[in-house]
Design a protein around this ligand. Structure first.
Ligand code: GLA
Length: 356
C-alpha cells in the first residue's frame, strides 16, 4: 500500500465507521459463528421462510435458533376447543431438528391472537375463572408435551403488564376473569408439562423506566411466590433512536438482579421514531443506514458485555422483505429494521454487529 492510499484509507475509516468495519468481514462466516462464544442467534420464521430456498440458505448460514413467528400462538395451534393444528409448527420444529437448530416456543398465553372460544361458553357468556384456568391448563399441557425435548424454552406469558400509566396489569379478558392468577398458573402448568424447559415472561417497552419497573415488580412477585420463572424476554422492537445505552444497561442490570436470565427475543430497529413523525426519513438513506449501524453496534456491544446473563438474541423476521413493520403501524410505509435487505444481502449494520 502506498503512503497516499494508506492515508486515504485512514481518512475513510475516520469519516465512516461503516467503511472501516467492512474490511474485516469474513463472508464464509455467519452471525452465529461470530457469536459462538456468546449466545445463540435466532430468527422468527414463518412456514413460508423454511420452504423458500434463498431464505433457507440465509437462515442456515446465520442463525442457530428459530422462533415460530405465529405458528404456535393459541389461535394458530388451537383454533377450536377440540382441535389442534400442528401442521405449521411441526414443519418448523422438524426443520430445526433436521438442521440441529434450537427452538424457542412462542407463546403459551397472550391477550392477542387468542381464539374467542377460550373465554366464552356455548351460550355466549364469559366463562368462570375455574373453567378458563382449566382451558389454559389443557392448552399448555398439550402444546408443551407435544414439543417436549424439541423446544428448549417457552415464552409462557406474553405482554401481561400494562403500558397505561395508571394500570399495573393489562385489562385483558385473562385478567378480567382470573385476576393475576392466570400468570402464576401458566408458569406452573408449563413447568409441570416439561420441567426442563426454560420459562420466560416476555414483553415490550421494558427499557422505559415506568414499564420496566412494573415488569420487575411482577417478576419479583412470581419469584417470591416460588413460581418457576427462569428468564425475562426483552422483545426489543426498538428504533434507531431508542433505547439509549444507559436505558439498556439499567434494564439488564435491574432484571438480572432478580437472578433471572435475559434474552432479546424479537429484535428489530425501525428507522422511524413514531407513528407519523414528519421529521422521519423517507426511505433507507445513507444517513439512516449510518444511524442504524451505530444503534445496532451499541446494542450488540452491550449484549456481549452481559453475555453471562444474556442467553440468546433473536431477530424478528429474516430480512427487511418479510418484516412485520412494513405497513405497520402506517399503511403503505416500508421499513428497513433488520440486518438483511430485500434481496437478502447484508446491510451496513451487519458489518457493525460482526466487527468486534
Ligand atoms: C409481539 C408478539 C410477536 C409479534 C409481534 C408483532 O411482539 O410477541 O409474536 O406478533 O408482536 O409481529
Amino acid at each position: 500500500m502506498t503512503k497516499f492510499s494508506a492515508r486515504l484509507l485512514c481518512l475513510l475509516c475516520l469519516l465512516s465507521p461503516i467503511a472501516s468495519s467492512a474490511q474485516n468481514i469474513d463472508t464464509t462466516k455467519g452471525l452465529k459463528d461470530y457469536y459462538r462464544k456468546y449466545f445463540p442467534i435466532g430468527v422468527a420464521v414463518s412456514p413460508g421462510s423454511i420452504k423458500n430456498p434463498a431464505e433457507t440458505a440465509l437462515i442456515l448460514k446465520h442463525f442457530n435458533s428459530l422462533t415460530p413467528e405465529n405458528a404456535m400462538k393459541m389461535g394458530a395451534i388451537h383454533p377450536e376447543q377440540n382441535r389442534y393444528n400442528w401442521l405449521n409448527a411441526d414443519a418448523i420444529v422438524n426443520f430445526a431438528q433436521e438442521h440441529h437448530l434450537l427452538v424457542r416456543g412462542h407463546n403459551l398465553c397472550w391477550h392477542e391472537q387468542t381464539p374467542k372460544w377460550f373465554f366464552y361458553d356455548k351460550a355466549g357468556m364469559l366463562v368462570s375463572k375455574d373453567t378458563l384456568l382449566q382451558r389454559l391448563k389443557d392448552h399448555i399441557y398439550t402444546v408443551v408435551k407435544h414439543y417436549k425435548g424439541k423446544v428448549y424454552a417457552w415464552d409462557v406469558v406474553n405482554e401481561a403488564v400494562s403500558t397505561n400509566k395508571d394500570e399495573f396489569l393489562r385489562n385483558s379478558l385473562w385478567y378480567q376473569i382470573c385476576g393475576e392468577d392466570f400468570i402464576f398458573k401458566a408458569f406452573q402448568y408449563a413447568h409441570e408439562a416439561d420441567p426442563k424447559a426454560v420459562l420466560f415472561y416476555n414483553d415490550y417497552g421494558t427499557e422505559q423506566p415506568a414499564k420496566r419497573e412494573k415488569v420487575y415488580q411482577l417478576l419479583k412477585k412470581l419469584i417470591d411466590a416460588h413460581i418457576p420463572v427462569d428468564a425475562v424476554g426483552l422483545q426489543a422492537h426498538w428504533s434507531i433512536n431508542d433505547p439509549t445505552e444507559k436505558e439498556l444497561i439499567e434494564t439488564i442490570e435491574r432484571f438480572s438482579s432478580l437472578g433471572l436470565k435475559i434474552q432479546i427475543t424479537e429484535l428489530d430497529m425501525s428507522i422511524y421514531s413514531s407513528k407519523n413523525n414528519p421529521a422521519d426519513s423517507n426511505g433507507y438513506t445513507t444517513a439512516i443506514a449510518e444511524k442504524q449501524s451505530q444503534q445496532y453496534a451499541m446494542a450488540f456491544n452491550i449484549f456481549r458485555k452481559y453475555k453471562d446473563v444474556i442467553t440468546g438474541v433473536t431477530f424478528w423476521n429474516v430480512s427487511d422483505r418479510s418484516s412485520w413493520l412494513n405497513n405497520f403501524p402506517v399503511k403503505g410505509r416500508d421499513n428497513y429494521p433488520l440486518l438483511f435487505d430485500r434481496k437478502l444481502h447484508p446491510k451496513p449494520p451487519y458489518n457493525q454487529v460482526v466487527n468486534f
